[in-house]
Ligand binder design. Structure first.
Ligand SMILES: Nc1ncnc2c1ncn2[C@@H]1O[C@H](COP(=O)(O)OP(=O)(O)OP(=O)(O)O)[C@@H](O)[C@H]1O
Ligand SMILES: [Mg+2]
Length: 210
């Protein structure tokens, strides 16, 4: 069964594209047939994918589609047919395409940097995903190892009845370095803390697929 993950969060710069790229690279390296669907007009993920095409260190093939508007639903159906995982990277706003991407997702993944404004910014996405009866998971990004703010944000997430993944990503320059090469952290520095965090997250998502 193909698994569709939509990475969504209205807050700009929360880490949606970084997460989509790294998860895709991690799964592709493991042999999964992975497709990316970039519905963000900024096209950051498409540009990452173009860099990847020229990098011999890319360990697994990833398909990329950048389709918007009336063609989106048909493209998603097409991708579902011959991929194990489809990851949709959405823009920092809920437009018509983003609504369809959330509606079509088996999992809506919401990266949140541990601060209250970032959590508040996610509320629209959370409400929509709930209305569409989608499975939603929050993943903390650029998270410190500990601290009062981390605890406060975690409590606030739970108070909204939203499940937060146990895995989280720290604030690690390796994510930006890998992105600039069209790679994921599991490819540039497989033994780094960033790669371990990423692969732990990937395993947690896999385990939750049931
Ligand atoms: N865990 C991390 N550690 C360090 N830097 C990170 C991390 N996650 C993201 N970044 C950096 O934060 C910036 C924004 O990340 P990214 O582009 O993935 O966010 P986004 O949610 O896709 O943004 P937009 O809303 O504009 O699409 C980038 O420079 C990226 O390298
Ligand atoms: Mg983005």
């Amino acid at each position: 069964m193909p698994f569709v993950i939509t990475v969504a969060q209205q807050k700009g710069g929360a880490g949606k594209t970084t997460l989509a790229a790294n998860l895709a690279a991690g799964w592709a390296s493991g042999g999964a047939r992975v497709a990316l669907l970039d519905i963000d007009p900024q096209r950051s993920l498409s540009r990452w994918h173009a860099l990847r095409a020229g990098n011999a260190k890319a360990t697994g093939a990833i398909h990329l589609s950048e389709v918007a508007g009336w063609r989106l639903a048909a493209e998603l159906d097409r991708l579902r047919k011959n991929h194990d995982i489809v990851i949709i990277d959405s823009p920092p706003q809920i437009d018509t395409d983003a609504r369809l991407a959330i509606r079509s997702a088996d999992l809506v993944l919401i990266p949140i940097q541990p601060s209250l404004p970032d959590l508040w910014a996610a509320e629209g996405t959370l409400t929509l995903a709930k209305a569409e009866k989608r499975t939603v998971r929050v993943v903390l990004n650029r998270a410190p190892a500990s601290g009062a703010l981390l605890g406060q944000v975690t409590t606030e997430i739970a108070a909204r009845g939203v499940v937060q993944l146990q895995s989280r990503l720290g604030n690690r320059v390796g994510f930006a370095t890998a992105f600039a090469l069209g790679l994921g952290v599991s490819e540039t520095a497989p033994k780094s803390v960033a790669a371990i965090e990423l692969m732990t997250l990937l395993a947690e998502i896999d385990a939750g697929r049931g």
